[in-house]
Design a protein around this ligand. Structure first.
Ligand code: PLP
Length: 459
């Protein structure tokens, strides 16, 4: 121990030389080296030079792998929030590339040669798709919800005397948490709204809503239970009834729909009915908000549709400016909306949903054949794909998997090696094999998938 206590902290230059090319820009390498050496300085002893370099290499590997890059999603979860939710369609990518690379008429009226409205074409397209008087877009659905709550709730900043209109009526069965750290009650609170819970977890009646309405009521909020379901002794009033009540009391009725499916999901084998924005508007909601990158299959965005007067008011709110979308998102969403307006939207998420078992099986067979000779057993398996992204939790889509059992490596170890490839492959382990669901793997990634499997066997 005595010798190691005497060993000096290596010089930065010497470490840099030993590292060679780290695969990230030099300022980032320098930063990692300095930090690691500073940590050594705080420790009791200094390891041998080689051990120091190896540790820094490990830190650089972690840094390199955290850089955003494409991967192969073999989980069978179509809208995976960890994997960037919906992949964009080919046409959508083209639009983003065109608009991003050049100047454009984002806020310019070509007819008059003057400043024009932002996103007018997109807003009109979304309104038509939702069967609504008007629509608009912000950065994500959480932002849409915050904007709506802040706008309709008097947060006390106006200095007017009581009573303040800041109560939001919501059923106890809808106080949900969506994903990591997004809880409806917290969102309400940060927006300056006061929560007025009504009913019980499993049952809320129209009378519960009616009794809660008072001078302080700012709005009635309905939240689609997107990521869980309730069965058994369950009741909630029809949207038509809540809508009629809200109109008679002159309070806005808002629904957070979550996913915003624009297709008839029940027509796809294994899926239940998911209400569409047009449907909830038809049934009496004044405003509906939903995500752009869930079942809609577009970029991250929060879409609000409904009564023209309310949408106008939201757009005039000073806070709207802080939530507005960038030109690339607007271009992507416009192309996505256009795909729906033209009928038969050719978007990756929808293609994956509709992919037939025969086609998946044929691909699985080709892949299995191509893997002959490697130290693993490749077989065709069964899987259950899911929508994910907190959508249709009860629905499972029968799917086909490529099951890989390495002759000597434990499946967790082989799964880790697949993740460690330049184009990482993410699967899941079931009974001794790594399963890769082909439904969420793009067909044009099959060759890359084979290369990654081969490399994982050899690494
Ligand atoms: C996903 C979801 C949200 C959050 O949407 P983001 O676009 O991720 O901000 C809000 N409400 C519901 C019901 C959801 O399902």
């Amino acid at each position: 121990m005595k010798r190691s206590q005497l060993r000096a902290i290596p010089a930065v230059e010497k470490v840099l030389q030993a590292l060679g090319d780290a695969g990230v820009p030099r300022p980032l390498v320098l930063d990692v080296v300095r930090r690691e050496l500073a940590a050594l300085r705080k420790g009791k002893s200094v390891p041998e030079f080689e051990a120091v370099v190896a540790q820094i290499r490990g830190a650089l590997r972690d840094l390199r792998s955290s850089r955003i890059r494409p991967l192969i999603n073999g989980t069978g979860i179509l809208i995976h929030t960890n994997f960037g939710r919906a992949p964009l369609g080919e046409r959508v990518i083209e639009a983003v590339a065109q608009i991003g690379a050049h100047y454009n008429n984002l806020e310019y009226g070509l007819a008059g040669g003057r400043r024009g409205g932002r996103a007018a074409y997109l807003e009109n397209s979304l309104a038509v798709l939702c069967g609504a008087e008007a629509a608009t877009v912000v950065n994500n659905n959480a932002a849409a919800l915050v904007l709506i709550l802040r706008h309709f709730c008097d947060t006390g900043q106006s200095g007017k005397s009581a009573p303040r209109k800041n109560e939001v009526i919501i059923s106890r069965g809808e106080l949900v948490q969506i994903g990591g750290g997004f809880r409806i009650p917290d969102i309400l609170e940060t927006s300056g709204a006061r929560l007025r819970e009504v009913g019980a977890t499993n049952k809320t009646t129209l009378r519960d809503y009616a009794r809660a309405i008072c001078r302080e009521t700012a709005l009635i909020l309905k939240v689609h239970r997107s990521n869980f379901f309730m069965g058994g002794f369950v009741e909630s009033p029809a949207p038509e009834e809540i809508g009629a009540l809200a109109r008679s009391k002159k309070v806005p009725f808002v629904e957070d729909l979550g996913s915003g499916a624009m297709i008839e999901t029940e027509k796809i084998a294994g899926l239940e009915h998911e209400p569409t924005p047009a449907e909830v508007i038809r049934r009496g909601v004044d405003l509906v908000c939903f995500s752009g990158d869930k079942l809609l299959g577009g970029p991250q965005a929060g879409i609000v549709a409904g009564k023209g007067k309310l949408i106008d008011a939201l757009k005039r709110d000073p806070f709207f400016r802080a939530l507005r979308c960038d030109k690339l998102i607007l271009a992507a969403l416009e192309a996505t909306a256009e795909a729906y307006l033209c009928g038969e939207p050719n978007l990756p998420v929808l293609r994956m949903l509709r992919m037939g078992e025969l086609e998946l099986r044929a691909r699985a067979q080709t892949l299995c054949d191509a893997l002959a000779g490697l130290p693993l057993r490749a077989t065709i398996g069964a899987g259950q794909a899911q929508i994910g992204g907190g959508t249709l939790p009860r629905s499972v889509i029968e799917s086909v998997t490529l099951d890989l059992a390495h002759h000597s490596l434990p499946p967790q170890e082989f799964a880790a090696r697949l993740r460690d490839q330049p184009l990482p492959v993410i699967g899941y382990v079931v009974r001794g094999a790594v399963k890769l669901d082909l439904r969420t793997i793009f067909r044009d990634q099959d060759a890359a998938l084979l290369a990654a499997i081969r490399a994982a066997c050899n690494s």
